[in-house]
Design a protein around this ligand. Sequence first.
Ligand code: ATP
Ligand code: MG
Length: 404
Amino acid sequence: MTNDQLGKRVGLMGGNFDPIHYGHLLVAEQARETYHLDEVIFIPTGVPPHKTVSTVGADKQSRYEMTRLAVESNPGFSVSDIEITRKGRSYTIDTLGALKKELAEDTQLYFISGADAIMKLDEWKDYESVLKQVIFVGATRPGTDTAALAEKARQLNHTIGADVRIFYISELDISSTDIRNRINEERTIRYLLPEPVAAYIESEGLYKAHYPMYDKLNTYLKAHLSPGRYRHSLATAQTAKKLAIRYGEDAQKAEFAGLCHDIAKEFKDKESEKWIEKYHIFRDPCVEENPNIAHGEIGAEFLRETFGIEDDSILDAIRWHTYGHKEMTLLSKIVYLADAMEPNRKYGDVDRLRKMAYIDIDDAVLLFFNLCTLYLTKTDTRTHQYTHEMLRSIYETKKKRESE
Ligand code: ATP
Ligand code: MG
């Protein structure tokens, strides 16, 4: 054994880690064992040279933090901020230059990556020089064409004297892209990545695409609504988004309408009266009795006037969320039900409503009315004329559908 083989062996695991997942960790851990590495340094990229992210990506500080959280329980792993603190694009050649200044001269570097990277190695900046400085380990990934990779590795090793190795591992079919999509679609990411990383994503609200005005209204509602109402608004937004995904409706609009649906709910009666007057809102006896009942219609006008929201599908969903309307769109029904069944709602039979909402949206609206009737009768509350019209319209549509 020569002296250079006795030096430290350090693995470098580069990636966007957007977010880091068990695929990355498994590759690094198995490489650590197989190549007897003393340590593996994870290096989140700053601005990647090739990558364009199709889904919403996290900023570099968040990617660094997630990587730190993911590796902290493994004494053989660490994380470096060398690329995220460097200005401009991240090139491996520059990273190697900087790292070498910190490491002993006889350190053997192993650059660990997915095997898919081998096919594109010769597009890397100064790749020949990179490959002279490291042993390149490309871990297999589900769907990789190993024959083509082996050929490419052979060619690089033969022509430029590189040491490119294909590393056969227990393959995990996990990718950051899939995780980002899952998060955006409110699907589970459990067991795909470490729990502290999932908790960080959740608390920072990462990877969720929102309607353009979402952040602005979220800030406004947080400042203007009571804490309980704000919590209810967020939960309605989440529920509306899930229902929209179930029915192929626009998830961002549903979420946004759910968020804003109660924007006028805490208006004083006098204020509500002003809006009822100004917009000629129909004065059903129950509105005369309690102007606040019209907070959906008022909220829609308020959103248009104050925030310039012009999308009628969103405004209608907010407008009709309390008493319904004979021309309810799918989006309106979604917000109507999300308000009724969001997780904070606790009344007998709400679980039946939650199930029904995913089976048949019209049946769920009818079920909700049945559940309400008892309450309305008990409290001697009148039903708005529009509610009767909505129910009639749903019955008629159902009858027509059944006779076809
Ligand atoms: P994206 O889906 O955004 O491309 P990714 O899951 O490929 O993300 P990256 O941060 O791009 O993650 O990956 C860093 C390196 O880890 C790449 O070389 C990639 O090929 C490799 N890698 C990622 N996931 C796996 C996996 N499941 N198995 C093996 N290698 C992986
Ligand atoms: Mg990738």
